[in-house]
Structure formats: structure tokens, C-alpha cells
Design a protein around this ligand. Structure first.
Ligand SMILES: *Cc1c(COP(=O)(O)O)cnc(C)c1O
Length: 429
């Protein structure tokens, strides 16, 4: 492996660094954590999360803005606790996520509920605990939500998710603001749907929102979407429906592989300039970042089990798999993979793969590594959309998780046992 790495922080992850030949997260040696808790093991840096959040907070200084962490990126309770303690609200997509917010001590009044398929039971649960806002995605959903709210003697605060039809220039599976996507209300019908919402007895219209995709690394799609959304705010208000808050969703990318997304404060500098120029700078603003708050705050530690040289490919078989790190299999996504204790020697190109019985079970392809069996590797940028998407496929218990805070390491999730994975099942008769 590149020996230059041995004295420096890794690209995009200031809290993951080599000290001598030890890879550290903040002040904790990863090899020590692997020895104590086993592998695969997710390790998160609290300072990295708070630093990522601080970039947004700087960007919004002096503005009325609420940051709602999009918790589907990483919904582990102690991660939610970090953001709740820092004053964040939460963007949720299910009743299960709402239960997690409450269990972590989050404020339900700062919760916004997104998603195209909310059930009546989820709407009821959210109304009963008094969430801040429902981000509604269709006419049909408005009717059902109004009905549920009337049944409870309440009014639901709603925002409509509009589809600005801009291309976020990201992977098709994570682009959401184009006409062909299932998300949001078409630009052309927005005024009509707002008038419908305003006419329903169980609803109070409070906002507008959009979310155009994920892992966005350019500013232009955001600026274009903002123009489209502000055009709608003007049109909807001209039609007699006031809009109190404007929610620009999430989607800002991170550096996985030399990607160069704008910093959150730089992006918001540009967006706020546009808001000011168009006269909306003093509105209540909301955002829903997920990946950019946690993605580069986490690594996944895995042990090399076997090296399997081949005619066409060499395989490095590790104990983490697609059930722990689903992004490569799902979106051909890239995670850097580095040794926890670099060794000298000639690097060999390996496909780093897991034990799951699928050819799609790969974690990295053609990686130059100097490794032996028993070595530990760190899969980087594993804080977002890894543990929250993990499964029990192949009856593999999900990994343990550790949150590092300075020189302290807290176990925040125990490793799942095989028994845990089938505890809710029963034999017949
Ligand atoms: C997933 C999602 C987000 C967060 O997206 P990131 O790319 O993780 O920032 C925000 N809002 C909505 C509605 C989402 O579905």
C-alpha cells in the first residue's frame, strides 16, 4: 500500500488517520477495537458527524433554518442521539423511524415525515406524538391524511413535495427529481394540488419541499431546483395559499473516490444568495441532509480470511459482505479499502469479496493491496447507507457498532447472534 498514507489523514475523512502504522479513528486504534469487538465492525467518529453538521450550521448562520437529519442514512440510536443533542430535527420515512427518534430522545415537533407510501397507522402514530410536518407526495395521500387527522380531532401540518424535473447527475437509482421518478408532485399540477390541500378540513398547509437525488456533487442542479421551487412558491401564493417554510431536501454528496462535492457552507452561500436575490431569504428554511452528515464519519473493519489467486483475478475474501455493505452490489458504488496496519511488499490487484453466495457480493474491484490472511482492512466512507441497509441474508448476524468520541469508544450496538436472526420464527405444530 502507498506508504505516503502512513502519516496522514485519509482523503475526505479528517478523523480517520494513520499514526505511525496504526489506523485510528480520532484517538482510538482500530486494531484494538477489532480485537475487543470482533469483525465486521462499524466504527463512527462523533467529531466527524459534528464537523459535517457545523458546515451546515455555518452556512445558515443568521437565518431561520432547521436541519432535519435524514435518518435513513444511519438510524442507529446513538447516532440519532448525537444529532438530537446538537439541536437537529429528523426527516423520517416510516413509523419505525419515528419510534427510533423517540427512543433516542429526539423532539417530535422537529420531525418531518417523507415518503410516497405512508400508511394510515403511521399517520395516526405521527399525529398522536405531534410531529412538525408531513411531506405529502400525492393528491390521494392528502385525502387520507385529512381523514385520519379529522378522526383524531387534529389538523396535520403539511408540505407538498414537488418534483422540479431537474437532473441531479447522479446514479439513476438515487436520482429522484426527474419526471420519470415515483417521487413528488409534478410541477405543472402543483398549484391545483395546493388548492386541494387548502380545502381539506384536517390539513393546514405550511410548506413546500423538494429532494432531487443523492450523492450530488455539483451545485447547478441545486440552483436550478431552487429556481423551479421559488417559481412555484410565487404561483401558489398568488393562488391564495400562503407557504411558511421552504424545504430543500438533502442529497449533497461526499468524497468516496476523489469526488469533489461543494462544502455545505459554500453550497448554501450560493443558494442563500439566490434566495435573497429573489426576496425569500427571510423565510423559514428546512433541509434534510443524510449522507453528507454521516457518510465519511464511519468505517467498516473487516478481517482478511483467505487469499485466492486465480488466472484472471485474485480474490481477497474478507468477513464483511454485501449484507453489511450493500452499496457496491446495489449501485456499483465505490468504497476505498485500506489496511489497518500497512505492511511493506509488492501490491497485488485483488477483488475484495465477502462470503455470501452471490457473485454480486463484492466490496471493491481491482484494489492494489499488500495483504496476508488475518490482516485487518478498513472499508472507508461506510457511515451512510451501510448499517441502515444491512440485512441477515445467508443468516449472517448484523455487525456490531462503536461510536468513538476522542479517546473513548462506546459500543452502541451488539453483534447479532444467529439466534437473534431467527428469534421471531416458529416451527409448525
Ligand atoms: C433520502 C432522503 C434524504 C437524504 O438524502 P441524502 O442523499 O442522504 O442527503 C432527504 N430527503 C428525502 C425525502 C429523502 O428521501
Amino acid at each position: 500500500m502507498n506508504t505516503e498514507l502512513t502519516a496522514s489523514a485519509l482523503p475526505g475523512q479528517p478523523f480517520v488517520a494513520y499514526q505511525g502504522s496504526h489506523l485510528m479513528v480520532e484517538g482510538v486504534r482500530l486494531a484494538d477495537l477489532a480485537r475487543e469487538h470482533g469483525t465486521p465492525l462499524f466504527v463512527y467518529s462523533k467529531a466527524a458527524m459534528l464537523t459535517a453538521l457545523a458546515a451546515y450550521q455555518r452556512g445558515f448562520a443568521g437565518r431561520k433554518a432547521q436541519i432535519c437529519y435524514a435518518m435513513k442514512a444511519n438510524s442507529s440510536l446513538a447516532v440519532l442521539q448525537v444529532f438530537a443533542d446538537a439541536g437537529c430535527g429528523f426527516d423520517i420515512v416510516s413509523g419505525g423511524e419515528l419510534a427510533r427518534v423517540l427512543a433516542a430522545g429526539g423532539d417530535p415537533a422537529k420531525v418531518i415525515f417523507s415518503g410516497v407510501g405512508k400508511t394510515r397507522a403511521e399517520m395516526k402514530q405521527a399525529l398522536q406524538v405531534g410531529i412538525g410536518c408531513f411531506n405529502v407526495e400525492s393528491d390521494a395521500e392528502l385525502d387520507v391524511l385529512s381523514d385520519v387527522a379529522v378522526g383524531l380531532g387534529k389538523r396535520a401540518q403539511v408540505s407538498l413535495r414537488v418534483n422540479p424535473n431537474v437532473d441531479p447527475k447522479t446514479h439513476p437509482y438515487i436520482s429522484t427529481g426527474l419526471k420519470g421518478n415515483k417521487f413528488g408532485i409534478a410541477h405543472e399540477s402543483a398549484v391545483q394540488v395546493y388548492q386541494h390541500a387548502a380545502s381539506l378540513p384536517g390539513l393546514q398547509v405550511v410548506g413546500i419541499d423538494c429532494h432531487i437525488g443523492s450523492q450530488i456533487t455539483e451545485m447547478t442542479p441545486y440552483l436550478d431546483a431552487m429556481d423551479r421551487v421559488l417559481d412555484l412558491v410565487a404561483a401558489v401564493e398568488a393562488a391564495g395559499v400562503p407557504i411558511h417554510h421552504i424545504d430543500f431536501g438533502g442529497g449533497l454528496g461526499i468524497n468516496y473516490n476523489g469526488d469533489t462535492p461543494p462544502e455545505a457552507d459554500a453550497l448554501w452561500g450560493q443558494l442563500l444568495a439566490k434566495l435573497d436575490a429573489r426576496g425569500y431569504g427571510q423565510r423559514q428554511l428546512m433541509i434534510e441532509p443524510g449522507r453528507s452528515l454521516v457518510g465519511n464519519a464511519g468505517v467498516c473493519l473487516t478481517e482478511v480470511m483467505y487469499l485466492k489467486p486465480g488466472e484472471q483475478k485474485n480474490f481477497c475474501i474478507v468477513d464483511a459482505a454485501m449484507n453489511d455493505l450493500p452499496r457496491p452490489a446495489m449501485y456499483q458504488a465505490f468504497h476505498s479499502i485500506v489496511p489497518v496496519a500497512p505492511r511493506s511488499g509488492n501490491a497485488v490487484a485483488y477483488d475484495v469479496v465477502g462470503p455470501v453466495c452471490e457473485s454480486g457480493d463484492w466490496i471493491g474491484r481491482d484494489r492494489q493491496l499488500v495483504v496476508q490472511s488475518g490482516d485487518l482492512l478498513a472499508v472507508l466512507s461506510a457511515g451512510a447507507y451501510c448499517m441502515s441497509m444491512a440485512s441477515n441474508y445467508n443468516t449472517r448476524g448484523r455487525a456490531a457498532e462503536v461510536l468513538v468520541d476522542g479517546s473513548q469508544a462506546h459500543l452502541i450496538r451488539q453483534r447479532e447472534s444467529a439466534f437473534d436472526t431467527f428469534a421471531l420464527e416458529q416451527l409448525v405444530g
